[in-house]
Design a protein. Structure first.
Length: 89
């Protein structure tokens, strides 16, 4: 897990190409599983919500909220395009 930033409400990770942001199957390792394991190891609440999911072949920064309030706030910023997804081919 390549963590770029963390505070009390959010985590920003650098997702490599080829890794899942979020798995549909419980046996595949993905960013959400890694963050949940990390948070549990620190004695924190097991909550991680992806704000800007990236497809498997895409690399880039992934924002995750550590609580529902921050998830709603960051999701609103995405909707208002204050926080945006940029991609380059």
């Amino acid at each position: 897990m390549d963590m770029v930033y963390e505070d009390k409400d959010k985590i920003i990770l650098n997702k490599p190409a080829g890794q899942l942001s979020q798995s549909e199957k419980s046996f595949e390792m993905d960013l959400v599983s890694e963050v949940l394991t990390y948070r549990k190891s620190k004695g924190e609440e097991a909550y991680a919500a992806i704000i800007n999911e990236l497809d498997r072949p895409v690399s880039g920064l992934v924002f995750m909220a550590k609580n529902k309030k921050e998830s709603a706030r960051l999701s609103l910023l995405m909707q208002k395009e204050t926080l945006c997804k940029l991609s380059q081919n």
